[in-house]
Design a binder for this molecule. Sequence first.
Ligand code: ADP
Ligand code: MG
Length: 551
Amino acid sequence: MKKLINDPADVVPELLEGVALTQPGVALLAGRTIAVRADAAQAAPGERPVAIVSGGGAGHEPAHAGYVAEGMITAAVVGGVFASPSVDAVLDAIRAVTGPVGALLVVKNYTGDRLNFGMAAELARSEGLDVEMVVVGDDVALAGAEGGAGHAGRRGLAGTVLVHKVAGAFAARGADLAQVASAARRVAESVGTMSVALTGATVPGSDDAGFDLADDEVELGLGIHGEPGVSREKLAPADDLVATLVERVATDRGLSGGDRVVALVGTAGGTSPMDLAVCTRAAARAVEANGLRLERLWSGPVMTSIDMVGVSVTLLRVDDDLLAALDAPTGSLSWPGSPACGVPTLRTIDVPAAPGSTAESGEPDARVRAAVDAACAALLDARDDLDRADRHVGDGDLGSTLARGARAWRDDPLDDSAPALLRRLSSIARRDVGGTSGPLYAILFLRAAEALDDGRSWPDAFRAGVAGVRELGGAEPGDGTMVDALAPAAQAADEGWDAVLEAARRGAESTREGTSSKGRASYVGDRAAGYEDPGATAVVLWLEAVRDSLR
Ligand code: ADP
Ligand code: MG
């Protein structure tokens, strides 16, 4: 498994340095994998506010070091990848940031974390420090699986981050240890999380992910250490998968009609921001479909499992008090919320209307209309071939791009004068085609229409259009673009259609030599050599169709 790391043994200290270099106010305890707020560690003990100490295995970034900041946690104790830190490491962290007002340990419910943090808390107390501990088990997937309330099964998941946020906000406003601990407990007792994954996680130095899934399978109800979930299901649309997560959390946590909740949609680490955004939308809808009042919606990588692809949904019932703590500012760059978030509302604003067209209509030109129909039909037929050709030199979408325009014409054609038809093609190119071809074809047709309006000939109009393409795109003949087909064709326009086609074909053929220096093909460099530019191929295709139609 490829990873962007150095020695697997160095991943944890190196990632912590990366965090400390970017997260304001974070320092590392020398020779330890512990991140602390520098201001707290350097303050005289008597001036330290209540400290929040958390942590666990590495591999959950940005948890926990990314949350070391004013308004969240004071220290993050980081173990090996997916492995709890030692008793002594936790004790080092407690000693580094705890003053007479004490510390709260926020611990995810895993046996190793409970034991190491628990033992460290006891030792710290024996040193005279006031230390309390809150264990978070927000996992709803294991509900009832291992013998009722208090069983070891409910794991600490992304909901832990909400505990950090609330405890940190209370500490920041000067609450005492009992108040901070009680706020943290309130969140820990009511928060619920469940996740879905498309892949397992691969730990550094290992060849394989923790589990394998078929292409059409997902795993439901996972922990955060790369272990499989409680069930394996068929892949379904994001809306359905996320709705299942929301429903299971809401049911388990006894959330019902009218309850005020916040939702946190987290990525497992390898999820694309695109998929996450789709799932976030799905979560908002599912929360509302369950009759709950969605007060806040956040999303991002909050508690990851290295490179696992998947999302989690966390729901927490809130009142004004908790909401204020969740909204309070924090210096953490990894907390996905902001005081400005507010109640999620999807706003849409109407597109401003285009000014009415001043172009004149005229006598319908049936020959040109038929030629446009033929050109569009040819492009629709060639869609897959052009996409395939574009895969060698570009991003593989040229056929689909041009087909969008051809379809727009076919679905709503026009009977009008030649310049009016060209203007319609230009506006279709602008609106429906997109990519690089869209604006280039838009100017081709617009300049040609203007030339015809001025009473110039078709060959002149063709040349004016091609000049527009060269002006806008900046490509010269020889750069390996559609200009290589268009420019010689326009040059030959006075000599009849066969000369036009011959020139276009030869120009397109010439793009096989050398590499394109403009457009996408320029990015793939020598890999494009030997392939005809698909934009030039497309020019030949539609010119042929136009010629055949006019004959
Ligand atoms: P993209 O996907 O890169 O946005 P398209 O797939 O719409 O672009 O179009 C790719 C084609 O556009 C290329 O095959 C080439 O013929 C043409 N092209 C790219 N850049 C230019 C340019 N600067 N001038 C003229 N044609 C260009
Ligand atoms: Mg393309």
